[in-house]
Design a protein around this ligand. Structure first.
Ligand SMILES: [Zn+2]
Ligand SMILES: [Zn+2]
Length: 344
């Protein structure tokens, strides 16, 4: 008797079909990041040792990510408006980002900014002693006091990197932009998104990614994705290839910790009663390019299922120190970590 396949089964036979884009989850993107920040802050991620001094900052960024998720959950159509499908179609026709980070922004991002900064300031002051203004509250109030035109100029500065931002306030400003862009991106369909000329830039907003992750599970098994620092979209790029200059000649990998973890562990449910062991030493690496002398970090989900690229990148500053000492330049920064003299 001839067997008839269902449509889904036919698609599953096509192993050349790689999910090229993983759009952000509206009701989970920042919540997952917040949880990961707290675990990293507590030095509970074996592949990324965290010093107490950095732990305090990661906890603050965890509270920021919680506030981002709270604001995102509450956004309605009347707050931010529908997607502009005509503009999306035009952008797609020209292989341009459909929600470009450059150029004019919709005024609705100010709604996101006001809610996020309002929530953070209230929480910071509530945590202060005897009702006194907290240092963080004071920093955030200075940001809130900017006029709409000044906010837009500050947003241009952090998005383009052309002007040196104020390092203390830049993460909070960028966080509001992340919420706005992630909300927009979460409403897209993968079919809305064009193929871009430069595979190392986000096809949704055109921004630089923060880090790579090699995913496991389902159709994305063993594929490498780059996570956008602005709209949180993950987009596919083949492995063992420079995400800056696309060279494949002299790519190498440098780790952050050394452990003697076993290669396999007992698992009664696995074929043969064993399965590969998650090895913290193999989780976080810097992918370096001998041609352009740049690096970007890469995280392997098979060695830590809960990886969140932006949080893991922020927490692994010690790997940045190692790579800088070795003479490699970081391709792009982490949007939640700025230095006063940073211009990119
Ligand atoms: Zn993006
Ligand atoms: Zn390169």
């Amino acid at each position: 008797m001839q067997r008839i396949l269902e449509a889904g089964q036919i698609e599953s036979l096509d192993h050349s079909s790689i999910p090229r884009v993983r759009l952000p989850e509206r009701y989970g993107a920042f919540g997952a990041r917040a949880t990961r920040m707290r675990r990293l802050a507590a030095n509970s991620v074996a592949g990324i040792p965290v010093e107490p001094a950095l732990g305090g900052y990661l906890n603050l960024m965890g509270r920021l990510a919680d506030a981002q998720q709270g604001v995102l959950n509450g956004l309605t159509d009347s707050d931010v408006g529908p997607l502009d499908h005509d503009m999306i179609a035009r952008s797609q026709a020209h292989s341009m980002p459909v929600l470009p980070a450059s150029g004019p922004r919709q005024a609705s991002w100010h709604v996101v900014f006001d809610r996020l900064l309002g929530a953070l300031t209230a929480a910071a002051d509530a945590a202060g002693a005897n009702g006194a203004d907290s240092p963080l509250g004071t920093t955030l109030r200075a940001l809130q006091a900017l006029s709409p035109a000044e906010r837009d100029a500050a947003a241009d500065a952090v998005l383009t990197g052309l002007a040196a931002p104020d390092a203390a306030t830049a993460p909070f400003l960028f966080a509001a932009l992340q919420v706005w862009w992630t909300e927009r991106a979460s409403r897209l369909q993968v079919t809305d998104i064009p193929y871009m000329e430069h595979p190392g830039l986000c096809p949704v907003c055109g921004s630089q990614p923060v880090a790579s992750v090699v995913r496991i599970g389902g159709a994305s098994q063993n594929y490498r994705y780059l996570q956008c620092g602005l709209c949180t979209t993950e987009f596919h790029m083949v492995r063992v290839k420079c995400t800056n200059c696309e060279s494949t000649d002299t790519i190498s990998y440098n780790g952050i910790v050394e452990t003697g973890a076993p290669d396999v562990i007992e698992d009664a449910g696995a074929p043969g009663g064993k399965r590969p062991a998650a090895d913290p030493a193999k989780f976080a690496k810097a992918e370096t390019c001998g041609k352009c002398h740049c690096y970007r970090k890469i995280f392997y989900q098979e060695h830590d299922y809960d990886t969140e690229p932006l949080a893991d990148d922020l927490a692994s500053l010690s790997l940045d120190v190692l790579m800088t000492e070795a003479g490699y330049e970081r391709i792009s920064g982490n949007p939640l970590f700025w230095l006063d003299d940073a211009t990119s």
